[in-house]
Design a protein around this ligand. Structure first.
Ligand code: NDP
Length: 252
């Protein structure tokens, strides 16, 4: 498997923890060069050291997805070092559930800035590289992290869920356009994954719901979602898994 993804130049956002970190490990172990992006540079540096120790190739790039200049600088660094990216995992995200009545405009805005505008800023910076890679005839993937929240209705998740519904519908539309250029576009919609995502939750109703879920459900591990990314990327170029829903077995 170490050579399954050799020749792939992967860019992974949200790679300092959770799903992004596990995906960087997995793609690197299968032979991809991985550029890991997030704000916490120390965590990225540790990940790069670990990947290099294991014989892989990685690069840490400090990026805030709310800052287009930091993303553009990362895109330029990838292009200069390895040529155009041919796999972008557009995965950074923030979940701050709360009651609409609490009227926390700042929390709504932060989620939209990262989960919607951040996704668009990455697309803005990297689609030209994906196009360039596709023109060279290599396999190309743009994989967006959505959520089961983009389909289901949960109390207190209105804004977060809406950002993920945006990502899912965006993906469907982009796929029909970019597929014509040999760029596959996919979304992964996970149920609950054991990561730091829940650590930012402050709403008591949601904390109770999560605690109850943790007692009854074995959550997915970030490695489980990384396997899905690896599976999508390893398909022959004619195969585009557009939408993968991956749930903990016991989550309704
Ligand atoms: P984590 O909190 O572990 O990871 C989130 C990642 O996003 C971190 O690496 C963080 O890095 C990065 N990030 C957050 N804000 C920014 C920012 N402004 N600029 C750059 N990077 C940022 O959670 P997950 O791994 O669970 O989340 C990954 C994705 O999966 C998210 O899109 C999430 O919505 C989605 N998801 C998660 C589910 C779950 O149950 N865990 C279920 C369904 C979907 P840093 O702080 O260093 O910048």
């Amino acid at each position: 498997q170490a050579t399954q993804l050799s020749g792939r130049v992967a860019v992974i956002t949200g790679a300092s923890s959770g799903i992004g970190l596990s995906t960087a490990r997995l793609l690197a172990a299968r032979g991809a060069k991985v550029a890991v992006l997030a704000r916490r540079k120390d965590a990225l540096d540790r990940l790069v050291a670990e990947i290099e120790q294991a014989g892989g190739t990685a690069m840490a790039l400090a990026v805030d997805v709310t800052d287009q200049a930091s993303i553009d600088a990362a895109a330029a660094a990838v292009l200069a070092a390895w040529g155009p990216a041919n796999l972008v995992f557009n995965n950074a995200g923030l979940m701050l559930p709360g009651a609409i009545e609490e009227n926390k405009l700042e929390e709504w805005s932060r989620q939209i800035d990262i989960n919607v505008d951040g996704v668009m800023r990455i697309i803005h910076a990297f689609v030209p590289q994906l196009k360039q890679a596709a023109e060279q005839g290599v396999t190309v993937d743009l994989i967006n992290t959505s959520s089961i929240a983009g389909q289901y209705i949960y109390p207190y998740f209105a804004v977060y869920s809406a950002t993920k519904a945006y990502v899912s519908h965006l993906t469907r539309h982009m796929r029909v356009e970019l597929g014509q250029k040999n760029i596959r576009v996919s979304m992964i919609e996970p149920g609950i994954v054991a990561t730091e995502l829940q650590s930012h939750v402050t709403h008591q109703g949601v904390l109770d719901w999560l605690a109850d879920a943790a007692r009854n459900i074995e959550f997915l591990q970030p490695e489980d979602v990384a396997e899905v990314v690896g599976f999508l990327a390893a398909q022959p170029p004619r195969v585009n898994l557009m939408q993968v829903v991956v749930m903990p077995t016991k989550q309704a």
